[in-house]
Ligand binder design. Structure first.
Ligand code: ADP
Ligand code: ASP
Ligand code: MG
Length: 815
């Protein structure tokens, strides 16, 4: 025989009640009748609680009673045959009238006791269970409505009553025997004390009712039917990637639920564990899904951690002082005091010096706990042996759980790395010596981020999600969005990486979408629903969203965003940038960026600062990291300059070639911006810094390739005129090179810590001799590559390759 418990989520509506009936039909057709335990209709217990509080405050509660009635009456009308409806209406109406009388009483007294409160709450289960039993009777044969108050006996701790197991077991068995052949419909959650007063088993306690019945009747299985596919790896409302677990041990289920996994009420596991009855969590709305089995047979999973759970709202109380050191019995006194006063202590940590004890409680209990401690330890406080206890609010607990953890090292390392990398400060830590659980106390504002980051860290076989905020929608930005959109599926399938663009801003507008913007129409979204751009606000929003694996992408060439990088790093957000300005200004700033990134455990990638998508920075860093030493770097890092000198040969004049370069769109509007070498200088400077040299921009020696008059020319037209005027000078250079069997190349060089950029003539032994088109080239001569340098060559400019470089940097974040 099985126990089937349906939670409020499954008794919420006409549709879900019909589904329950189908499930029960299926079950009873396979043999024995199950025992059915029901919760109140979804939300009803909260509604009753509100009514009770309104009544106690002397406020009007009638609207709530009406709502309660109509929710039940709607089900009667929809699911009962017309001639069956009246008696059920009448019975429920009597219950609602009783409830109203009780509420009137509370209202006149302006007071509510725990006893009356439990009585009020009991109406939820009594109404729903009676109602569903009557609906079931129409198609399932004889049924019996069971008010659990008649069979579950407890002490008088209203709100959280303790069950008298022996008596209860006996009553349940007798009742079951006396009603053989009928399908029992039992009210969850409620019970009664010796005097027959209604008590409740704690919020969520219908699960427990199911286990109490299961244990008393030695059921073969206890099924908890709810609205999710079982116990998930984390709260699915907060972690989108949470997935259902196949199996769990009782201890794991207990730990997960104790630390917040609401799907099952923790005490439920105890009777089931004692009698070795498996508990199965199943989805009413997907009955074919097998769900989660909680049993003795649970095998270890492939993950070191089974699940992650959390308690959203806790407060901690800190107790400090020399009076506690080495004092046997101090903590005993403290915790017996709290237990006596029914204050549930969720977690305790004590420093090994015994100088302080920190414990976590429900925020509603915090002030009471503090007062109790102050009374109990009055003498110690007066003698200054302990300090006045401090309450800290706004905190949450995150716990990782799994029996596997004790056999696996590095679990806590993974946990703290994920938290640290995402800037989540840990206020306190507790690990049970059983090692089934590591709990950390963190700020509530960080909880969602922490849960997702920790989930990503332990379930690495799942997709990694990067949450990206992009600045700049020029050529590179646009192209990046196109590439991200095109490769989205492939990236997920092949690499398990999901790049979500959460925010986009240009200088006019900005737009955000917490779940990720649809990139196929980002432009329309930005234009139609964007707000006016404001970089301060953009950064602030990015920080407030507090998403895990956040990446700030600067696709501008502007000075403005650079001022925000520090703040971004300090917020534990990685930076990917194709903007060279940040790294090529003062050395101090360059250093600061890398130091901050390292300090905050995030990434700073700027591969596209040098040679667009070509793997130049990465190659240099890999060489350095593997212990190689740079002897010399030579490079042509400007597509424009490369094109000009690769094609300045034969009859072509220098004027012609610069014109051509401009016509092909290789140059800035004023070609001198390229030919002056400023951009080249920046790239060389960044390379030299990455190679370990402390250099300032003015340390780079640039030899002008242009005669002074070309540089001095006022307009672009005048500049071109001057190129013609200086034709002989350029022709002279060309002839000199050609007659020596050489070619002209404008080359950047790093050697002995000096960086220079100069026009050189190279022969065919030089790797740059054969350069063509507008390619960039760089050669690294190192200890390892001494005989023949390591050369990287290819297109070093253009939106496609630059965006691809930015893309690669983004995907590497957190790798
Ligand atoms: P019922 O009304 O069926 O008793 P509850 O609301 O008490 O349902 O519990 C089910 C809910 O628990 C789910 O809808 C889900 O949002 C929440 N929940 C929190 N943590 C978890 C978890 N780790 N696994 C599954 N569900 C969880
Ligand atoms: N109806 C009760 C509650 O909401 C019991 C339960 O649903 O398990 O707490
Ligand atoms: Mg529940």
């Amino acid at each position: 025989m099985k126990i089937l418990k349906f939670g409020g989520t499954s008794v919420g509506s006409v549709k879900s009640i019909s589904t329950i009936i189908e499930i029960l039909k299926n079950e009873s057709s396979s043999g024995e009748n199950p025992v059915v335990v029901l919760s109140a209709m979804g939300g009803v217990t909260n509604l009753l609680s509100t009514m009770a509080n309104k009544a106690a405050a002397g406020e009007d509660f009638s609207a709530y009673v009406t709502e309660l009635e109509s929710r039940h009456f709607e089900v009667i009308k929809a699911l009962l045959d017309v001639h069956q409806q009246n008696p059920v209406f009448t019975r429920l109406k009597i219950l609602f009238n009783q409830l109203e009388d009780i509420l009137q009483g509370i209202s006149s007294l302006r007071e509510i006791t725990p006893k009356t409160y439990d009585l009020v709450l009991s109406f939820g289960e009594r109404c729903s269970t009676f109602l569903v039993s009557k609906i079931a009777e129409q198609s399932l044969g004889p049924v019996e409505y069971v008010n659990a108050c008649d069979v579950i006996k407890t002490d008088s701790s209203f709100g959280q009553a303790k069950v008298q197991t022996e008596l209860t077991d006996m009553l349940i068995r007798d009742f079951y025997e006396a009603n053989k052949g009928k399908m029992l419909f039992v009210t969850g959650f409620i019970a009664s004390n010796e005097e027959g007063r209604v008590t409740t088993l704690g919020r969520g306690g219908s699960d427990y009712t199911a286990a109490i019945f299961g244990s008393a009747l030695n059921a073969e299985e206890i099924e908890i039917w709810t609205d999710v596919n079982g116990m998930m790896t984390a709260d699915p409302r907060m972690v989108k990637k949470a997935f259902p677990l196949k199996e769990l041990s009782y201890i794991e289920a207990m730990e997960l639920s104790y630390f917040g996994a609401k799907v099952i009420y923790p005490p439920t596991m105890i009777p089931a564990f004692m009698k070795r009855i498996p508990i199965v969590i199943r989805n009413t709305f997907e009955p074919s899904f097998p769900g989660t089995v909680i049993s003795h047979e649970s095998r270890p999973s492939e993950h070191s951690v089974k699940g992650i759970s959390s308690i959203n709202e806790i407060s901690i109380i800190n107790l400090e002082g020399s009076g506690m050191v080495g004092k046997a019995g101090f903590s005993g006194r403290l915790f017996s005091l709290l237990a006596r006063e029914q204050i549930n202590v969720i977690l305790i940590t004590q420093s090994s010096s015994e100088h302080s004890i920190t414990f976590a409680v429900n925020p509603l209990d915090a002030v009471k706990a503090k007062l109790l401690i102050e009374q109990e330890f009055e003498l110690e406080l007066e003698a200054k042996k302990i300090e006045v206890p401090e309450i800290e609010e706004g905190l949450s607990i995150l716990a990782i759980v799994g029996e596997n953890m004790k056999k696996t090292s590095g679990v806590s390392g993974t946990l703290f790395h994920a938290l640290g990398r995402n800037g989540v400060n840990v206020r306190a830590i507790a690990q049970g010596s059983s090692e089934y659980n590591i709990s950390v106390i963190i700020s509530r504002v960080d909880l969602a981020k922490a849960l997702n980051a920790v989930h990503d860290a332990f379930y690495t076989d799942l997709k990694k999600t990067l949450n990206v905020f992009c600045l700049g929608t020029g050529n590179i930005g646009k192209t990046l969005f196109k590439q991200l959109e095109q490769h989205r599926d492939f990236l997920q399938r092949q690499n398990g990486i999901l790049v979500n663009v959460i925010g986009i801003s240009n200088t006019r507008k900005m737009v955000f979408e917490e779940g990720g913007l649809a990139l196929q129409n980002w432009q329309e979204t930005l234009d139609s629903s964007g707000e006016p751009a404001d970089l301060d606000a953009f950064i602030a929003r990015m920080r407030e969203m507090n998403l895990p694996n956040a990446v700030f992408v600067d696709n501008t060439a502007s000075q403005v965003p650079i001022a925000y990088y520090e703040e971004v790093f300090r917020s534990n957000i990685s930076v990917v940038t194709c903007n060279k300005i940040g790294n090529s200004a003062s050395y101090q700033q360059y250093r600061k960026f890398s130091d901050l990134a390292r300090k905050h455990g995030v990434d700073f990638y700027y591969e596209t600062n040098v040679g667009a998508g070509l793997p130049i920075i990465r190659t240099l860093k890999d060489l350095m990291m593997s212990g190689d030493r740079v002897i010399r770097i030579e490079a042509i890092l400007s597509g424009t300059i490369s094109f000009i000198f690769n094609n300045f040969k034969g009859d072509t004049s220098f004027y012609d070639i610069v014109k051509q370069a401009q016509e092909k769109g290789f140059t800035e509007p004023d070609p001198r911006d390229d030919l002056r070498g400023t951009d080249f200088m920046r790239k060389m400077l960044i390379l030299a810094r990455d190679a370990g040299y402390t250099l300032e921009p003015e340390d780079v020696k640039i030899e002008n390739m242009l005669p002074q008059s070309c540089l001095d020319a006022g307009s672009v037209e005048e500049f071109y005129e001057q190129l013609k005027v200086n034709n002989d000078y350029f022709e002279g250079l060309k002839t000199e090179a050609e007659s020596a069997g050489k070619v002209l190349r404008y080359i950047g060089k790093l050697e002995n810590g000096d960086v220079s950029i100069a026009l050189e003539m190279v022969d065919d032994a030089h790797p740059f001799y054969m350069l063509s088109g507008s390619d960039n080239i760089i050669s690294f001569t190192t200890e390892r590559y001494k005989e023949r340098p390591l050369v990287v060559k290819g297109p070093g400019a253009g939106a496609e390759v630059t965006a691809a470089g930015v893309f690669a940097d983004i995907v590497n974040v957190g790798a």
